[in-house]
Design a binder for this molecule. Structure first.
Ligand SMILES: [Zn+2]
Length: 80
């Protein structure tokens, strides 16, 4: 595990791009983030995308290996 714990932000102070769905996290929207030490970057996601990622992050998955940004839709994992 190469990451910090996940932190929740209730209101974004500036616009961010969601690592999962590649859509904007607008100012004032909630988001969650963690820091990945392997890639040395802060990963920010919509709360629903973080939930989707945890579904994706099964026993065989490494949280440090994220899917290519924009591979998944907001709050969705796979085809569901
Ligand atoms: Zn998202």
């Amino acid at each position: 595990m190469c990451t910090t714990k996940t932190y929740g932000v209730t209101s974004a102070r500036k616009k961010h791009t969601c690592t999962w769905c590649w859509e904007w996290i607008e100012v004032g929207e909630p988001y969650e983030w963690y820091f990945c030490f392997e890639s040395m970057r802060k990963v920010k996601m919509h709360p629903e995308c973080m939930i989707a990622m945890h579904k994706w992050d099964g026993p065989d998955a490494d949280l440090g290996e994220l899917p290519v940004s924009g591979t998944y839709r907001r709050g969705k994992w796979g085809e569901d």
